[in-house]
Unconditional design. Sequence first.
Length: 498
Amino acid sequence: MVIKGVSFLNEPKANSSIAVGVYADGSLSKNAANFDLKFNSIISKNIKKAQFSGKLFDSFSFVSTEDTVNRFVVIGLGEVGKKFTEFELKKLGATVYTCASKLDSSITIAIDAEDLNTSYESSPAYIGFGALLKSWDFDKYKSSKNKDIKLQSVSVLTSAPQIAENCFLELQKIAEGIFLTRTVVSEPANVIYPESLAEIAKNELSSLGVKVDILNQTDMKKLEMNALLGVAQGSSNEPKLVVLHWNGGNSSEKPIAFVGKGVTFDSGGISLKPGDGMHEMRCDMAGSGTVLGLLKAVALNKLPINVVGVMALVENMPSGTAQRPGDIVKSMSGQTIEVLNTDAEGRLVLADALWYTQSKFSPKVMIDLATLTGAIVVALGHEFAGLFSNNDDLADKIIESSIKIGEKVWRLPLTKHFDKGIDSDRADMQNIGKPSVRGGSITAAQFLKRFVNNVDWAHIDIAGVESTSDDLFICAKGATGFGVHLLYHFLRENYTKL
Ligand code: BES
Ligand code: ZN
Ligand code: MG
């Protein structure tokens, strides 16, 4: 269950627990020292007893002997003088949540911005945001909810509660976007299919002032989106192309476009995947899920820019009507593709979605998100998403937001060399790389590039990061919502400031 609320106070709540910080050299942060003085050295005595290291994000808790405080939670702040980034502030809040969630119903985080070398305006808000992100959990289908969780309210101590509150309002709306992404990525494929996801997009966003257009199979046939339609043809679920418009900017201003791969289930098609782990392919719509959550965050915060979100929704299934290996399709761009492997379907779907987006909306920037290749997990593990771009400046801007926010990306090359791998004898290109070329994630990106003209474009391969099988600092096991905060920050930093 998500915590009920985050508040900002200049006095700790009575009958709650309190979180304080301790540095690696054993010294106490400002508020910790105050409590220590007031309560008969209770903190220094206990850290000594516990031999607490103060290492960054280590934590322990002890029961308080004082009437007004239930428990103390002690968090390691690392080296004295360390400057905390937004990412580390989120981690700090999340660490407190994790340490306290089973102990008490309410906690006050008494770690001052000054102790973290951060600004008093945003520091408390980011700490609260981290706790909020960590408290989300997908328990919809569990008859017995996790009864061990007690924590319901988190407060952050600050000398300027109103300012922190204002900053938090924006972050809270980003969290709502992240939670929407996590929810649709977590839902199984019998619940999330093209039509139902399109419906969710409409229900979630129309009321926020987002114009939601839904193209069906007939519309896409007219547009000659045969690469996308070929993937969908084996499924009894009709494909949908959802177009989300947020018009917060001047009507003459070109939009920034986001395109998401939305394969609601990827069985592999006739090139069927092995059974082990196939269930994970319910998450193959995470790119579209991210676009959906991002648009929600943008609309809730009423960003003064124009944004287009395109969700390309299909189900990849084997059947008597399914596409066969060896089939040749003519994409909307006019280029022909030999489908040598029906499991390399994401690039087929994106080929038409990218072409449609750039020709219809002439965006100033186009960014796609996709669980495109297993090879990206081999290259970058679960730590980084793969970033590809035809523009260095755009790539740098995405990397800058990525470092601040802590949703990590690593840039990989796009070069002509890899074109050799996808040239086909029988058509303009083939959808899998030749064995001699390798570099599966790059070949896939190079394939997408053939459907991008003169627009600044980036492709983010999120196959390794959209879900996690370990409990992470700011996210419980399951869908992460990767990309929502990153791209929101990218928009906010680069397009909303004059
Ligand atoms: N949806 C998969 C990629 C994927 C793999 C996402 C693992 C998340 C985890 C994609 O459609 C796919 O099947 N790609 C193939 C491409 C290959 C046939 C060239 C792959 O990566 O094996
Ligand atoms: Zn796929
Ligand atoms: Mg596939």
